[in-house]
Design a protein around this ligand. Structure first.
Ligand code: NCD
Length: 332
């Protein structure tokens, strides 16, 4: 596409966003923290997905709408995709980034408490993306911070922006979210992406299957919560439901969350998606994974039309551009 055409389309998209914003919708996002996916109504989620789609075009050339704004990425736990896509998103929008991804190099290593770290960084940044091993860290940060906090994964609790990426990918690949049969397989107990995604899906008219070894079943309170809204079936094996599902969301066993390493050793390799297992799957079944993958999806699947996890990774950029833009772009 010609550069001038891209620019024209981009400015049309921007004015469309602004028109919707003027109707009062986007204003609700300004300076807002994201702690849980439950912070959003279904309408707000759909609006973020719509803005993410607009960002696909904006990402091609970049823009300057967040010039002068700074994103701090405070990552107390390892990350590849979440941190890098947040940083890339900020830069595509004309902003800049600061932060750390190795606690060893921050003053936390000297014993500085978490709240003091937040009270420091809020002076240097307009928004903070936080990843932490402790559940509740994002809530505490929000309480003390004068700038918005984005929960970028806290303990086994939630990872709301990943759920938005997952929804966006489902919608983009299947052209709908409603009326799909979706299975989530893996570590449903400790997987924070699972908790956010299951809660997000409960807003739609979907049939959900939760597949895990008994020891890794989803917590009772979350199950109860989503069962109040949609049809949910728990299973131990994926084989018998495979022929009827449209989306298979695979997760790794969260080794680092196990209090007892021998428990992990017992469960390691408990499930694996390979060509053989997929023989009975629908032709247009899509497979998603928040990544990193360990051994739960055989690499032979990567070449099949089922595999959409690398497209999912790519969508992370657009969705995080949308989130940063909605929270920080005060021109809207
Ligand atoms: C996930 C996480 O950190 O919770 N990764 C991600 O952000 N895409 C999933 C995982 O670590 O298994």
């Amino acid at each position: 596409m010609q550069k001038s055409v891209v620019w024209k389309q981009k400015s049309n998209i921007y004015s469309n966003i602004k028109i919707i914003a003027k109707q009062g919708m986007a204003m609700q996002f300004a300076n807002r923290s994201i702690i849980s996916i439950q912070d959003f109504t279904k309408e707000e989620i759909n609006y973020i997905l719509k803005t993410s789609q607009a960002m696909e075009l904006v990402a091609k050339t970049g823009t300057n709408t967040l010039k002068g704004k700074i994103l701090a990425t405070l990552f107390f736990e390892p990350s590849t995709r979440t941190r890098l896509s947040f940083e890339a998103a900020m830069q595509k929008l004309g902003g800049t980034t600061i932060g750390f991804n190795d606690v060893e190099t921050s003053s936390a290593k000297k014993g500085e408490n978490f709240v003091d770290t937040i009270r420091t960084v809020e002076n240097y940044a307009d928004i903070i993306a936080l990843r932490h091993n402790l559940e509740g860290a994002a809530v505490v940060a929000k309480e003390y911070s004068k700038v918005p906090i984005i929960n970028s994964g806290t303990g086994a609790q939630e990872h709301p922006t990943q759920a938005l990426i997952d929804l966006y990918t489902i919608q983009k690949e299947k052209h709908q979210i409603d009326n799909l049969k979706i299975a989530i397989i893996g570590d449903l107990r400790y997987g924070r992406t699972v908790h956010s995604l299951a809660r997000a899906l409960a807003n739609y008219n979907v049939e959900l299957f939760l597949i895990s070894p008994d020891a890794l079943r989803i917590q009772k309170n979350i199950l109860k919560e989503i069962k109040n809204k949609i049809s949910v079936t728990e299973k131990q094996n994926v084989e018998d439901i495979l022929p009827k599902i449209d989306v298979l969301y695979v997760t790794r066993i969260q080794r680092e969350r196990f209090p007892d390493p021998t428990e992990y050793a017992k469960l390691k390799g408990a499930y694996r998606i390979d060509q053989k297992i997929l023989k009975t799957a629908k032709k247009d079944l899509i497979i998603l994974h928040p990544l990193p993958r360990i051994d739960e999806i055989a690499s032979e699947i990567d070449q099949t039309p089922h595999a959409r996890y690398f497209q999912q990774v790519g969508n992370g950029l657009f969705v995080r551009m949308a989130i940063l833009s909605l929270i920080l772009d005060t021109t809207k």
